[in-house]
Design a protein around this ligand. Structure first.
Ligand SMILES: [Cu+2]
Length: 141
């Protein structure tokens, strides 16, 4: 009987530890990943927010640059623009995010006002330890 209780307790503990490990991502700031893009072997950019989803309208987002081990990469400046190509009678749309640096190098907090739901192309440029540009597809709901 005692052994059974011990095994049950161990199972509960290991499930708890596994759960915590899998919950990773950007857990330090409580942010959930919306999308990420591996730029090189040692540089990944991640767009996240509190919900893990973009929405139509005004919202807060986080843009972070990390290396292969998930540590922040020293990026001193970054820009983020949301572009939607022209579709039929609808003209091309551009909604730029305002980004500001945070206490963590390579992590930027920002605001953007997306003018409609749908598929957007996040256009990102960055400068610092590494400099370049990338894009990723994201959806606003
Ligand atoms: Cu549009």
């Amino acid at each position: 009987m005692k052994i059974r209780i011990l095994i049950t307790t161990l199972l509960v503990i290991s499930v708890g530890v596994l759960g915590a490990a899998c919950g990773g991502g950007n857990s330090s700031s409580g942010m959930k990943k919306i999308a990420d893009q591996k730029i090189s072997n040692d540089l990944t950019v991640t767009l996240s927010n509190a919900d893990g989803k973009l929405k139509n309208g005004e919202q807060t987002i986080t843009l972070s640059f990390t290396d292969a081990s998930g540590k922040p990469v020293e990026i001193s400046a970054a820009s983020l623009n949301f572009n939607m190509p022209a579709m039929g009678s609808m003209a091309e749309m551009n909604d730029a995010a305002t980004l500001s640096t945070s206490s963590t190098a390579g992590e930027f907090s920002g605001k953007v006002n997306l003018q409609m739901a749908g598929e957007w192309i996040a256009q990102i440029s960055y400068e610092g330890k590494e400099t370049g540009k990338t894009t990723m597809k994201v959806t606003a709901y």
